[in-house]
Design a protein around this ligand. Structure first.
Ligand code: ADP
Length: 298
């Protein structure tokens, strides 16, 4: 299986004519609750491409948590190791979308912040039997570090999508086989280098195996021991870029799981990302295998 350790959030999305000033109240448009969270999104992206997925995470003992776990189960994801805590509410993201499509987002991590390294030690067998580990940064860094070191212990290839961006030390970078940042994240991780290929090379010098930089509508860049290879974007009409990076990471993980090369995997990632931006929301927008195969073959 592919093991995903990460966040589950309910996205609370409201349309607004513009973003409010501090102290101001605006009348918005329609409201929707949409399953999200980078960990859960990537698990769903991978599951819809047909790979067996197990997720480790933490929700509150509340209706959002129940809905999120049932949604993952409906996508055939193993949810038995998603903890349910009474100490915090399920994570949420408050998302306002203005008339131009610009988002402003506040994330309340809630139960995601309670996923501890010890929780992973209790599930060590899942690491021993995993084919690929996929992690992000919406759970505590100590937990991400523990996940990477458990994977290392059992020689499981590791993928880190370093989002939301934060500086990481060599201790973590040295345990990452495939780092999948976007343009902003790779710049921040490298300490301010604004050329993605150069930033990626610096991260490899700090111990990362391969770096796959996602470049939005410009596609992606694979930087490994063979040098830098550009992955062309698929041309689509973008309506909502939410979860494009999650679709990329999930599809990349499945392609590696199936034995494809990192370059081929990045093409799958780019196709999944491109389809995702043509639809609204996070998990509802993630494509199924037939759609990705059709686009890759086109
Ligand atoms: P993030 O959502 O993490 O910022 P990106 O915006 O880089 O990630 O998107 C991830 C991937 O999705 C890109 O590498 C690209 O392949 C695909 N993608 C994103 N936006 C578009 C777009 N407008 N047209 C085509 N492909 C896109």
């Amino acid at each position: 299986h592919i093991l995903v350790v990460g966040s589950l959030n309910m996205d609370l999305v409201v349309q607004t004519p513009r973003h409010p000033q501090p102290g101001e109240t605006l009348l918005g448009g329609p409201f929707a609750t949409v399953p999200g969270g980078k960990g859960a999104n990537q698990a769903v992206a991978a599951a819809r491409l047909g790979a067996p997925i197990v997720m480790i995470g933490c929700t509150g003992d509340d209706r959002f948590g129940e809905e999120l776990r049932q949604g993952l189960a409906a996508d055939q994801i193993g949810i038995n190791h998603i903890a349910v805590t009474s100490e915090a509410a399920t994570g949420i993201a408050l998302i306002a979308v203005d008339a131009t499509g610009q988002n402003s987002i506040i994330v309340a991590p809630g139960a995601n912040a309670l996923l501890q390294p010890e929780d992973l030690q209790a599930t060590e067998a899942l690491f021993r039997t995993a084919a690929v580990l996929l992690v992000q940064l919406e759970t505590p860094v100590a937990t991400v570090t523990e996940a990477l070191s458990l994977a290392r212990r059992y020689r499981v290839p590791t993928l880190l999508n370093p989002a939301p961006a934060q500086p990481l030390g060599r201790e973590i970078l040295g345990m990452v086989d495939y780092l999948i940042p976007n343009e902003h994240e790779v710049g921040l991780l490298s300490g301010g280098e604004d050329r993605p290929a150069e930033a990626a090379r610096q991260l490899r010098a700090q111990g990362v195996g391969s770096v796959i930089v996602t470049l939005g509508s410009a596609g992606a860049l694979v930087v490994d021991q063979a040098g830098a290879t550009a992955i062309a974007p698929f041309r689509v009409e973008a309506v909502d870029t939410t979860a494009a990076g999650d679709a990329f990471a999930g599809a990349f993980a499945v392609a590696l799981y199936e034995g494809l090369s990192p370059r081929e995997a990045a093409i799958w990632g780019a196709a999944a990302g491109a389809i995702t931006v043509t639809r609204a929301g996070a998990q509802p927008a993630l494509p199924r295998r037939a759609e990705v195969e059709a686009l890759v073959a086109a």
